[in-house]
Design a binder for this molecule. Structure first.
Ligand code: ZN
Length: 295
């Protein structure tokens, strides 16, 4: 039994303080143990809440699932900014869908829709929309459906290339979770095309990326798609441009080195193959030479 840290205060009237959990660590431990016994779905439910949304297209009030801000713990960040989270994945809840008219957008854009765009959703999405009820907890397949619905809305309202590109990038990340590299590449290519266009035709920031971050992402998407020369051009531009934050320059150097290492490795394998061919050719006369003695 731990010593009562408040002993000595009995004469002052505090004689009933037996065991004190000063930093509530025991309470936290019990909570942690309780959390460990829950299934993944039960854990995720605890980290979600509903927020009230009014659809800007049809004025329908609906509830959107949202992740408590304190809940998203980052495990790892990929080189193209994809974040891998612990327990719950906030990307799954990034798209809001109005269940009455089918208007969908990433939550950052949901309320930023112009009158002319509202008319386009009413004309092209609403008549076809078949209401769909989503489960309480979303998984990657639900997320893919919702990101595609949002992309379709962006397409219909002719949203900026940067918005469509960001939506495609997030779809690529969802396919990365599924380890579906074919579909991941499809959406990485679409994202790259959109960001490339936006870089030369839109004002910065592109979605939420400043000019230098956009350059990095274009370089990195090119690298992931195997366009090494194009990728190196963007990375060297970042490395040699004055005013680029040193962290971004370092990341660009790392990615440039990855390309160079891969190229070096490829060259090495080629050389090794060549050596093998040469040594095999060299073996032939030797064999012939010895065979003269042993035949
Ligand atoms: Zn609506």
């Amino acid at each position: 039994m731990p010593k009562n840290i408040f002993s000595g205060l009995e004469d002052l009237g505090f004689d009933d303080i037996d065991e004190i959990d000063l930093y509530h660590s025991k309470k936290e431990e019990i909570e942690k143990e309780e959390l460990l016994q829950l299934t993944d779905e039960e854990k995720q439910k605890k980290l979600l809440y509903d927020c009230e949304i009014t659809c800007p297209v049809c004025d329908n009030d609906f509830k959107a699932r949202a992740v408590k801000t304190s809940a998203a713990r980052i495990l790892k960040r990929d080189s193209d900014s994809f974040i891998i989270f612990d327990v719950i994945n906030p990307y799954f809840y990034d798209v809001w869908v109005c269940d009455k008219c089918g208007y969908a957008a990433m939550k950052r854009d949901f309320n930023k829709i112009r009158d002319s765009e509202i008319d386009l959703v009413k004309e092209k999405i609403r008549p076809k929309w078949q209401p769909r009820s989503y489960p309480e907890v979303y998984d990657v397949n639900v997320a893919i459906e919702r990101f595609k619905l949002s992309l379709l809305n962006y397409y219909v309202i002719d949203a900026k290339a940067s918005k469509k590109a960001m939506n495609c990038l997030k779809l690529a990340w969802m396919y990365r979770i599924l380890k579906d590299s074919e579909n991941e590449a499809v959406f990485l290519r679409q994202a790259l095309e959109g960001f490339n266009y936006a870089y030369f035709n839109e004002a910065f920031p592109l979605y939420n990326m400043d000019k230098f971050t956009s350059m990095y992402i274009i370089g990195e998407l090119n690298r992931r798609l195997g366009n090494n020369d194009e990728s190196l051009k963007w990375f060297s531009q970042i490395i040699t441009t004055h005013g680029v934050p040193s962290k971004l320059k370092d990341r660009s150097r790392e990615q440039r080195d990855l390309i160079k290492e891969a190229e070096q490795l490829e060259k090495g394998v080629d050389e090794l193959n060549n050596d093998e061919i040469i040594s095999k050719e060299n073996q032939k006369p030797k064999k012939g030479f010895f065979s003269r003695f042993f035949s």
